[in-house]
Unconditional design. Structure first.
Length: 224
């Protein structure tokens, strides 16, 4: 009688398929399990009686399959959770459409009656001065606000210049200077923009603003 010896190791091609190496990603976990078990049973049927597979080999190979399929199921669960979280974020963000929000920016939109903007102070300051300039960079109005506490400060401009004339409707630039204890302090300008729509992608949920920029909900300083 002739004995046909076979290798006691699972073929590399199967291990590659289990680990997502060379096999098509279209193979389901159950397909991979079936192929693994079929090959393992075939090996056991055709093993060399003089050199049979030992329990440690079988246990090791089964452990490999269990680990890989477990990771695959975990990944599927995480993907499902991420998708659910993104859908929830999209629903929450959609409720902001039509609202206005203060975001990082240096523009005030004057509509002929008023122009709203804001200042963000990381710390309290002893003095705060705001300069509003036209498109050419010419200062037309300066506002001295004095001592201010840290936080978000919503502000409005009535459109009047320092010389008493009324500005025309349009976009104007805002800059800020702050001091604390005689030293320069940090102060950030904020623009008031309308939230027109939302979009989703690989970077998560984005809010599309009236100035053609996109931000995340974390970028919103104050909502109106």
């Amino acid at each position: 009688m002739t004995l046909q010896a076979t290798s006691n190791e699972v073929s590399q091609s199967l291990l590659d398929s289990v680990n997502g190496g060379k096999a098509s990603k279209k193979n389901s976990v159950s397909d991979i399990q079936d192929r693994f078990m079929t090959l393992l049973v075939t090996q056991m049927k055709n093993q060399d009686p003089l050199n049979p597979m030992d329990n440690a080999q079988v246990t090791s190979q089964m452990a490999q399959l269990s680990t890989v399929t477990g990771i695959d199921k975990l990944n599927a669960t995480l993907e499902s959770m991420m998708s659910s979280a993104q859908n929830s974020q999209s629903m929450q963000a959609s409720s902001l459409i039509g609202h206005s929000a203060l975001v990082a920016g240096s523009t005030v939109h004057f509509n002929g009656t008023t122009g709203n903007f804001g200042i963000e102070l990381p710390t309290s300051v002893d003095s705060l001065q705001i300069t509003i300039s036209d498109a050419a960079g010419n200062p037309i109005r300066q506002l001295a606000l004095g001592k201010q506490n840290e936080g978000i400060i919503p502000l409005s401009w009535d459109g009047y210049a320092d010389n008493g004339t009324r500005a025309i409707s349009g976009d104007y630039n805002i800059s800020v200077s702050a001091k604390s204890g005689g030293n320069a302090a940090t102060a950030n300008t904020l623009s008031l923009e309308q939230i027109n729509s939302i979009s989703t992608g690989t970077n998560g949920v984005k809010l599309n603003l009236s100035n053609a920029s996109s931000v995340t909900t974390a970028d919103l300083k104050q909502i109106f």
